[in-house]
Structure formats: C-alpha cells, structure tokens
Design a protein around this ligand. Sequence first.
Ligand code: F6P
Length: 343
Amino acid sequence: MRIGVLTAGGDAPGLNAAIRAIGQLAFRDGHELIGIANGWAGLAGEFAGHDLTPADIVGVVGLGGTLLGTVRYNLDNPAGGREHVLTAVEEHLDALVAIGGDGTQRIAHWLAERGAPVVGVPKTLDNDLVGTDYCIGFDSAVSLVAESLDRLHTTAASHHRVMVVETMGRSTGWVAAMGGLAGGADLIIIPEFPITMDEIIAHLVKRRSVGNAFSIVVIAEGINLESLGGVESDELSSEGVDGVRLATRGVGQFLAARIDEHGGFEVRTTVLGHLQRGGSPTAYDRIWATRVGAAAYDAAAAGKFGMIPVVRGSEVELAPLTTVATGQRQVPRELYDLCAVFF
Ligand code: F6P
C-alpha cells in the first residue's frame, strides 16, 4: 500500500510523534510511506509527495513542529482546489492519513464522502474538536502557560502589579482555562463564559482589599471584545484563512488598557503567542500522538476509511469523521466553576 501522510493547519508539538508511529507501523508491515509536504497545498497543486524512509523518522518523537511542513491553505479559493486534492489522492495513494484540526477534518470528511481512502488524526492545541477528549498539542501548550504563569507570579508579586496574560484559543478557552488552573491564575476570561469590565475591576479591587497586592489575569485570544466594552472590527474575516489570526486583535492589550484606565492598578501584558506552539512535545503529547497515530495506521491498513481515532477517557476509539467535522467542543460550566473557586 502507498500510505500518504500530511499535517495541515497550524503546527503543534506532537505531530512528529504521530508521523513516526504511522511510519514505523507501515514499514513493519511492508508498506510505502509518502510524506506530503505542506498539508493540502501539497495535493492541491503539483503533487508534493515523496517517499519517506525509516531513517527519516528516526529520533523525531521529541521534536516539535512537523517534519512534513504545513501551511494554512484555503481549498475553496481558488475554486476547484478540493477536486484537485481528490484527483491527487486517487492517482497517487492507496490511503491518506490527514493530521489536523477542524478545518482539516472537514476536508478529510468531504474527500471520504466522495470515496477517497482517508483517515483523520485529531490535532489542535485549542483542544476543541468535537467527539474527542484530547487533541495533539494541547498538553504542551498548557504546560507552557503554566510555566509562564509561575514566572510571572514572582515578578507580579515583587511589583504589586496586575499581569494580563493572553493565550491562544481561537473559539474556545481550553488553553486559557487549564493553563490558568495549573498556573494559579487569579482570574480566567474565556469565550464560553464572558464577564464584564465592571466584574473584572470589582474582582481585582476585592482581591486587593483582602491583601492580595498583585493579580494574574489570563485571557483567551478569542474573547469577544464587545463583552469587554470594545468594538469588533469588520476586517476580521479577511485575516488569514478562516479569520484565524485572532492574536492581531490584541485582547490582552485591550484589557490591560481598560484596567489601567480605571486607575489604581499598575498593569503589564504578556502575549504568549506561538511560544505555545513551539518546542518539544510533553511526554503526555508524545504518548497520545503515538496512540492516535498508531490507531490511524491500523484503520488505514484495514481499509476503515472515513474514520478518525478519538480519545475517550483513557482509550482510543475509532469514530466516523462526521463526529469531529462540525462545531467546537466548549469548556463545560463545571470545569470553569472549578477554576473560579480559586479566583
Ligand atoms: O488553531 C490553532 C491556533 O494555534 C489558534 O489558537 C491560533 O489562533 C491560531 O492557530 C494561530 O494561527 P497562525 O499560526 O496561523 O497565526
């Protein structure tokens, strides 16, 4: 079998561990592994697949990024991109493993509906794919946020400052909430449970009145600015593919300026940005990437196409791509309430 593998959308720590798992099992069973360069772009234009050898995947389990490269690519612009991908898969491959987030899995699903031999692997450090408890990259991002908050605590305490920390999280607040919980944030603001500026100031004033001279406020980049009394720009939709460049809205700076305007607080802002996506995967990410990668290989080798391995509890299960291809999995109320107990 000629098994293709691609990584699409934003990179995340753990992608190489998944590629390695797929490759090692493919080589064990005598199949060919075709690495597709730069995600869907490598199938939409000239075929950018090349044969990988066992040497290509040696020593990559702890390597961040993706050895295949990735680009954000809009398959509907120019029109016909999807058809090119479908033709390329039919001409060059017997199976394709597509590692990526919701956009990637929507395309994988579209291809599978047209009979293409596609299997997905769930990846997004936003951790918000529906139908899976875990996505590759999330634990590494959360660990970076937690370590950053540890560092910010000491300087915040020394200077009696409010530190506003902006995390990734396009539509949901998983990274902010779990990173904030792990790092002892004093307030976490996420899209699922917006709070007003008045409530934020009241919380900071109350903390100070009971002797807490500093505060760490974590805010997810995807928060609606209107909830903080700001105005959303109409130009957002033209930013990047699917309007993903939410960091350019500067919600951290915006919030810091509003706190500063109130007076009485010295405020500083840290935008964690792509530090959350770079560097080595945590052991947890390596293990789950290996498990879902291996399960994707098993599905492809067994001809179970149109499926994606998902994490449910401590198990990996095979689910139809339709399961993950729509919507976003949100932080549940009870988990946010648990975070709020420590505010
Ligand atoms: O979707 C994953 C993600 O990391 C988001 O959290 C973030 O908004 C986006 O990607 C950033 O994308 P880019 O690397 O293209 O700026």
